[in-house]
Structures are given as C-alpha cells and as structure tokens.
Write a protein that binds this ligand. Structure first.
Ligand SMILES: Cc1cc2nc3c(=O)[nH]c(=O)nc-3n(C[C@H](O)[C@H](O)[C@H](O)COP(=O)(O)O)c2cc1C
Length: 364
C-alpha cells in the first residue's frame, strides 16, 4: 500500500483517547500521483459513475483526446458551417411563429434560432435566416418587416410532425395553418393568429429587426416583446408553475434530429444557494483524484457552501461506517475505494452531505 495513509481507526472506538485532529487540508495527504490521476479518468469510464445515462468514456475522450479538430468559419463552405453549428448547438427550442403579410394573410413557420433573452422587459428573439442556396428571404422575415407583430407558439411533442409539415416552403400567401392542419385562434392584443394546439402562446410586438448580413446564411434577429401570453391549464401543476413533463416540449438538434423533453430525458440539478459554493478547487486532492467519482459527482461535492465539521464526520463514521472500517482495517486502498463507491451512490440520490461525511471519514 505504498503512499497510502492507513485510516485512523482509533476514532471508531468511543473509548479511544486518540485525537482525530481533523482539518480539511491537514487530513488529506496528496498521495495521488499524476499517473493515478490519469488512471482515474480511464477507470471512470468502466465503473462507478453515479449517472446511469452518462457515457463517462466519452467525457474522458473530450478532455484527453489529442484529436480535436479546429475550424475557422471563413474557411468553410456555408452549408458545412451551418451543419456543424447546428449539430453542436442544441437542443434548441422552437418558435412556431405566426405572422401576417401586408394583405393580412396568415403565415406559420418554425424557427429554432430562438430563445428568451429577458424577463423584464419580456423579450424573445428568433431568426429567419437568408437561404444559403439562393440568398432569398423567408416569408416570416418579410411579414415581420411589413406587420411588426407575431405570435410565438411553443411546440409540444404531440405537434411535431404537423409543425414539420408547416416548414415546407409553400408559396407566399399560402396558409400553413391549413396546410399543416392547425386551428387558428384569435389573439387578444395582436393581429396574427395563435396555434390553438400549442400549450404556450406568446402574443408579441416586434420592437426591432436586426439584419446580420446581406449574404446567404445571414440571420435576421426578430426582437419581440411579449404583450400577453397564454398557458394551457393542461400543463400547469396546480401551483402556478409549468410541469416540465406535461408541457412535453421538443427541441431541434443537428440534421433531422429532435429531442423530446420528457420522462427519463428530464432531470434536476440544484441551483446554487445565495452564498457561494466551496468550488471544485477546494475539494481535497485525494477525493478530486478519485478513481471512482465522476465529474458530475465532484461537481455536486464542490457545490456545497461548507464542509461538515469533525464531530459530524466522526459520528457518521461511528454510526454508519464502523462495520466497513473494521472489515477493511488491513486494506486501506479497498476501504477508500469502497467509501468512494458509497459516496457515488449517495450522490446519485442527491445526498450530498452524506456523501461528504462518507468521504471525509476516510482520513478522519
Ligand atoms: C424545427 C425547425 C426549425 C427551423 N428553424 C429555422 C431557423 O431558425 N431559421 C430559419 O431560417 N429557418 C428555420 N427552419 C426552416 C423554416 O421553417 C422554413 O424555411 C420555412 O419554410 C420558412 O417559412 P416562411 O417562408 O413561411 O417564413 C426551421 C425548420 C424546422 C422544421
């Protein structure tokens, strides 16, 4: 067991007078070599990730791979650049934009260059781009210039195929509500129609259109202010919030790929508290270099605002871990590994404090 400090088992014995002398920095000797740190990254891929859906081998690859081709946009054909940007930057939400032309004829088209950028004022931006192949503009852009109002409808999974149908390049004046089989619902404060089937509909005034260029592929930012919006009762959770499972949104990815934000695809990550977290760098080196804990595990550990104190750690070790310590007394490396696995399991259940108590028990 070269280089590995045996755990101070005396602390397990309530009668022992041995001081545990616990401080974070003093109690975590750096017995990890650079070699072991590298091993960790590889072992990660095979074992111990607390995230059942993660592909740690890939995470390792991104960080360690010597092959990471680089690109300069001006050196790429626009179609390739477009494909790489859209393949990498996703999932993107979809604005299903309803506008009117200068003659009042309805138009409906989806745009995944879209997001919310401000709550106060409530600003949404989407971008109908100039076509790469012939530098023509989209009807939605032309309509936004002629009649500066839009309803942005959110696309749920139940609507996705019809939404795609609406994205066909129909002639000007063709009503995509009819072509795609959606119901037109009158808006309260703007002229364009709402998509009745959409779970969330935002009536907007167009404040500004920013043209990002005159060449094919150039985006046009349609900067919209929400004047009134509608959320279906069917997707509310009864406490005035939107149930993320019920809204069942879809997002656009590269090529023909979409993502459905639903069921197993949804997960929660706790928001940081008001006081700053200790951070990754304050995690003791022997834990940071664990052969078991993943980047996501360490991210959770670094997210706490303070570490448990020595008394809590000792109590945890006595009440929860004493059998483990006794059974592995002769094999500190196995003990450390087992504690790290236990911590990973706790972290997969979001029991961050218990994970810290388990990890800090090792050298305490
Ligand atoms: C899910 C999805 C997202 C799209 N996002 C965009 C986009 O962000 N910008 C864009 O210019 N075209 C986008 N398109 C293509 C347009 O919807 C398509 O060109 C449409 O015919 C434009 O209609 P319009 O001429 O009536 O405005 C998207 C298509 C789909 C299916």
């Amino acid at each position: 067991m070269e280089g590995l400090e045996p755990p101070r088992l005396a602390a397990l014995d309530p009668k022992s007078s041995v001081s545990t002398n616990f401080t974070t920095s003093a109690c975590f000797p750096n017995f990890q070599t650079e070699k072991r740190r590298k091993d960790r990254q590889i072992v990660h891929s095979a074992i111990g990730s607390s995230d059942k859906h993660a592909h740690p081998a890939k995470v390792f690859t991104f960080a360690q791979s010597p092959r990471m081709p680089s690109f300069t946009p001006s050196e790429l054909p626009v179609a390739q650049l477009h494909g790489l940007l859209l393949g990498a930057i996703g999932p993107r939400p979809i604005a299903f934009a309803s506008t009117l032309d200068e003659d009042g004829r309805p138009n409906l088209a989806p745009f995944s260059f879209f997001n919310v950028f401000s709550a106060n004022p409530p600003i949404l931006i989407f971008s109908p781009a100039r076509r790469g192949r012939d530098n023509t503009t989209k009807h939605t852009f032309e309509n936004a210039m002629a009649v500066p109002e839009v309803v942005i409808n959110i696309v749920s999974h139940a609507m996705v195929e019809q939404m795609s149908l609406a994205s066909n390049e129909f002639d000007k004046g063709v009503n995509e509500f009819e072509k795609a089989g959606f119901s037109m619902k009158a808006s309260d404060v703007v002229k364009p129609w709402r998509v009745a089937e959409s779970p969330a509909q935002f009536e907007c005034r167009i404040n500004e259109v920013v043209q990002l260029g005159k060449q094919g592929g150039a985006g046009n930012l349609i900067i919209c202010e929400v004047l009134r919006f509608h959320i279906s009762d069917e997707v509310m959770n009864g406490e005035g919030k939107i149930d993320q499972n019920l809204i069942d949104s879809v997002g656009r990815m590269g090529g023909n790929w979409y993502v459905r934000a639903h069921g197993a695809a949804l997960f929660e990550v706790a928001k940081p508290g008001q006081n700053p977290a200790i951070g990754f760098d304050k995690i003791p080196e022997d834990i940071r270099s664990s052969t078991v804990l993943s980047g996501n595990d360490l991210g959770q550990l670094g997210g706490v605002q303070e570490l448990p104190d020595e008394t809590e750690v000792n109590e945890w070790r006595l009440t929860e871990l004493s059998e483990l310590f006794v059974s592995m007394e002769e094999d500190p490396r196995q003990l450390e590994d087992t504690l790290h696995r236990k911590a990973a399991e706790l972290l997969s259940e979001k029991k961050v404090k218990e994970a810290w108590l388990t990890l800090l028990s090792f050298n305490n």
